[in-house]
Each structure stands twice: as structure tokens, then as C-alpha cells.
Design a protein around this ligand. Structure first.
Ligand code: PGA
Length: 261
């Protein structure tokens, strides 16, 4: 089974109309050079929700895909002040949405049950969820990494069924590596990814084999290739480095060069 690399930029709560325009000019300049600069990978940007429409207008139907960072756990429109329905994101051209990012778990009280509901709501709207899982430093040092991953992934499998992963992506994001400049070593990443794939395989070997598992946590142009070449690493969820066009494109180029397909 061949899994196409996915390089996803998570802009988090960054940007402005002017800054986004500059970043997109950088991202699109290279892709306009040769219409399909990275023909064998998927690349995705996930700007703050208020900028989705303006970003969509810039990227058009080109090779860069659009995603959101969060969505409501509701399946229908209604009186939920401040929330954004999955169908609204789909209408704006999003194909993916990040769910369960550790910042949402840590700062906005999202527990496994909430994350599972958001995962289901995303799929109901035709969006592909990118389910983030990962352990804190304390959990890693306490030998709890696999227990945490099993719990976080297991909650979604239990709620949504293994079949749901045919239209989803998993992202392994060790909390201690996010925004810290400290990356998991390729060996640590590979071990966690293989564990996650094994958890999927217990339920369904075919789905386990086809599900992409991204690595996230201080991925940069200079460490991307070493992480992406691990057997079970199928792409990256890129925070800080996705705000710099040259860095993000270099990570895309690393994936293209390693292209597994
Ligand atoms: P980082 O963030 O690349 O800035 O570490 C990754 C993420 O949180 O998705």
C-alpha cells in the first residue's frame, strides 16, 4: 500500500491579511514556476478560520489544499454562539480539519470524548479529520507514551469505528516537541508511528496500512528528510515553519524527493 505524503501547515493563531498575502505569494510563486512542483505529494494550509475565504481565493484550484484548525462538535446549525459548523468549512473549500490538537486539549479543555465528537462532525460534513495525539514530557518520562496514544486513538476508534479512518489522517505530535525547537528523533517518531499503526491494525489491517500518520513537532527544512524517511511517517504537521514560505516549500521538496508512491 502506497501512502502519499501530506505536508500540512498549521498556522495556528497567526497572520493578518497582509502577512498571509506575503506568505501565499511565496508559496504560490514556486508552484507557478512549474505548474505541478510537487506532483506526488499533497500540501495543505490551515489558516485561522477568519482567513479561510481570502486564502481560498488566492490558492484557487491549485495544488495547495485548504484546511481548518478546529470545528464545532455539532452536526447541525443552531444556537451555538462563536462556533463553526463543519458544513460551513466545507462550503469554503476546506478538505481537512485538525481535531484534538494538544493546544486545544490543554487550553480549551477538549477531552477524548469532545475530540471524538469533533472527528465525527468533521466526517459528517465531508471533511477529513487530522486527529492529533501525543504525550507530554512527563508522560514520556514516566513510560506512559503508549498508554496515552492508545487512550487518545482508542477513544475515537470506539466512538466512530475503525472504518472512519479510511477518511482520516492521524498526526503524532509529542507535546514536548511542539514549538520548543526540540524534535523527536527519527527513532522516537518511528516507534510511536509504528505503535499507532499497530493499534489501527488490531482492528483492521487494510485500514492501518492505508492511513497516513503525520509527525508534528518542530519540523523544519533541515530535519524534515530524516523524519519523513521513516517507514511509518507519512508527512508532517508543521507549525512555526509553515509561516515561512521558503521553509514550508523546502519541507514539501523533501517529501517530494522521498516520495513513496
Ligand atoms: P511546531 O508546531 O511545528 O511549531 O512545533 C506543530 C504543531 O503544533 O502542529
Amino acid at each position: 500500500m502506497q501512502r502519499r505524503y501530506l505536508i500540512a501547515g498549521n498556522w495556528k493563531m497567526n497572520g493578518s491579511l497582509a502577512a498571509n498575502a506575503e506568505l501565499l505569494t511565496g508559496l504560490l510563486a514556486r508552484q507557478n514556476d512549474r505548474s505541478n512542483d510537487f506532483p506526488d505529494i499533497e500540501s495543505l494550509v490551515c489558516p485561522p478560520a477568519v482567513y479561510l475565504e481570502s486564502v481560498r481565493q488566492r490558492i484557487g484550484d491549485g495544488p495547495i489544499l485548504l484546511g481548518a484548525q478546529n470545528l464545532s462538535d455539532q452536526h447541525k446549525a443552531g444556537a451555538y454562539t462563536g462556533e463553526i459548523l463543519g458544513a460551513m468549512l466545507a462550503e469554503l473549500g476546506c478538505s481537512y480539519v485538525i481535531v484534538g490538537h494538544s493546544e486545544r486539549r490543554a487550553y480549551y479543555g477538549e477531552d477524548d470524548a469532545t475530540v471524538a465528537r469533533k472527528f465525527a462532525a468533521a466526517q459528517a460534513a465531508g471533511l477529513r479529520p487530522i486527529l492529533c495525539v501525543g504525550e507530554t514530557l512527563e508522560q514520556r518520562e514516566g513510560g506512559m507514551t503508549e498508554t496515552v496514544l492508545e487512550r487518545q486513538l482508542g477513544a475515537v476508534i470506539a466512538a466512530c469505528g475503525i472504518g472512519a479512518f479510511a477518511r482520516a489522517v492521524v498526526a503524532y505530535e509529542p507535546v514536548w516537541a511542539i514549538g520548543t525547537g526540540r524534535t523527536a528523533s527519527p527513532e522516537q517518531a518511528q516507534a510511536a508511528h509504528a505503535y499507532l499503526r499497530g493499534q489501527l491494525a488490531v482492528q483492521d489491517a487494510k485500514i492501518a496500512n492505508s492511513t497516513r500518520i503525520l509527525y508534528g513537532g518542530s519540523v523544519k527544512a533541515d530535519n524534515a528528510a530524516a523524519l519523513l524517511c521513516c517507514a511509518d511517517v507519512d508527512g508532517g504537521l508543521i507549525g512555526g515553519a509553515s509561516l515561512k514560505a521558503a521553509e514550508f516549500l523546502a519541507i514539501c521538496a523533501a517529501a517530494q524527493a522521498l516520495n513513496k508512491t
